[in-house]
Design a protein around this ligand. Structure first.
Ligand code: NI
Length: 380
């Protein structure tokens, strides 16, 4: 199919996207969205199954041995929209500020086109809930979404890229995301008699500085890693030394080696640093999702396919995370980026911003990419 043929579907993609945009739903609450997805797929003759509470999986089964999965996420964010557009969010405090409305719309129309094509394989459509921090991908996998799937493709609209440009890179492209909590237990007392206490606030403040030595002194300068303390709380009054201080933060890396090194060093520093200051430190470390790593061969095929319809560039790595990584850990995966930035139209705001918007002229390119790479993988 030529790009001209895909452009004929623009109106339908935009109509679907605007409807989802007006009715944003948070993670695991995508009741309305999943119902629309389900009905749309059923109308195409594609069998569906519910997974991960509000997720929908579509089975375009051609009785073949090979299966390619295409994935879209459906959840919105707890943000009050500030765009003044006719399709502005109708739900106060909720907004599609990451473009998942567009992902769902593009994939639905891709399903429509693929259901009319002759394919030497099966296609699995994964409409996933709760990408934003709730790891809906893992729930989908637990419910069997990847069963029998050979390869998986995902796509994200990207505000840093000019409209219609597609960015693809092999290897790691988004970081792993971990959450940690540190509890420092000291001995409280009067602020005027610090010698009778073990001050957890002093301990916490010097601990934060020590933690920054992990990236600067334990990790090779050629590797990437982030240790951020984003939250700290302790104390009730200006003249009281409290009993406890709690801190929370995040760790981002691209490799499992670096990731476990940071976890280990965090534990050691928290323990020994606290002890040195007469406190007891506890680390609670939780791995949320792994780094997103693109399969080399799929990335190459992706570039070839995309360059037939638009300009293709390399994707810059980011320390942001994406739970598509959960799929790509199990089977070869490719996660690509579609530019939606348009300065002339004032579409310049970053993801998760109350003025985030999408140049809708780019959307048929996303659908086209999903259709063309599926055909390429199954029919050649
Ligand atoms: Ni997103």
């Amino acid at each position: 199919m030529s790009m001209d043929e895909f452009l004929k579907y623009k109106e339908e993609i935009v109509r679907l996207r605007r409807d989802f945009h007006m009715h944003p739903e948070l993670g695991f609450e995508e009741q309305r969205t999943s119902k629309i997805v389900e009905e749309y797929l059923k109308e195409l003759g594609i069998k569906t199954k519910r997974m991960a509470t509000t997720g929908v999986v579509g089975y375009l089964d051609n009785g073949e041995n090979v299966t390619i999965a295409l994935r879209a996420d459906m959840d919105a964010l707890p943000i009050q929209e500030e765009n003044d557009v006719p399709y502005k969010s109708r739900y106060p405090g909720k907004m599609h500020a990451c473009g998942h409305d567009a992902h769902t719309a593009m994939l639905l129309v891709a399903a429509k086109i693929l259901s009319q094509r002759k394919l030497k394989g099966n296609v699995r459509f994964l409409f996933q809930p709760a990408e934003e921090g709730l790891n809906g991908a893992k729930r989908m996998i637990d419910d069997g979404a990847l069963k029998g799937v050979d390869k998986i493709i995902g796509l994200h609209v990207w505000a840093e890229l000019p409209s219609k440009v597609i960015a693809i890179s092999p290897g790691p492209i988004m970081a792993s995301v971990d959450h940690f909590k540190i509890i420092i237990r000291g001995k409280g007392g009067h602020g005027a008699s610090p010698h009778q206490t073990n001050d957890p606030i002093l301990c916490a403040s010097s601990l934060i500085t020590s933690l920054q030595s992990i990236v600067s002194r334990n990790i090779s300068p050629l590797e990437s890693a982030v240790v951020t303390v984003g939250k700290i709380s302790g104390g009730t009054a200006f003249n009281i030394i409290p009993e406890n201080v709690e801190m929370e933060g995040t760790v981002r890396t691209f490799s499992e080696e670096v990731r476990s090194l940071i976890e280990r060093r965090l534990g050691e520093i928290v323990k020994h640093h606290s002890l040195a200051l007469g406190c007891r430190g506890e680390l609670i470390y939780k791995k949320l999702n792994s780094a997103t790593v693109n399969d080399e061969e799929l990335a190459q095929i992706g570039k070839e396919v995309a360059s037939k319809i638009t300009r293709v560039v390399e994707q810059k790595k980011t320390m942001g995370g994406e739970d598509f990584s959960e799929y790509a850990r199990i089977i070869p995966g490719l996660f690509v980026y579609l530019g939606i930035r348009n300065e002339e139209k004032g579409i310049i705001y970053p993801h998760h911003n109350p003025r985030f918007n999408i140049d809708e002229d780019a959307l048929p390119y996303g659908t086209a990419f999903e259709v063309l790479i599926t055909e390429k993988l199954l029919n050649s």
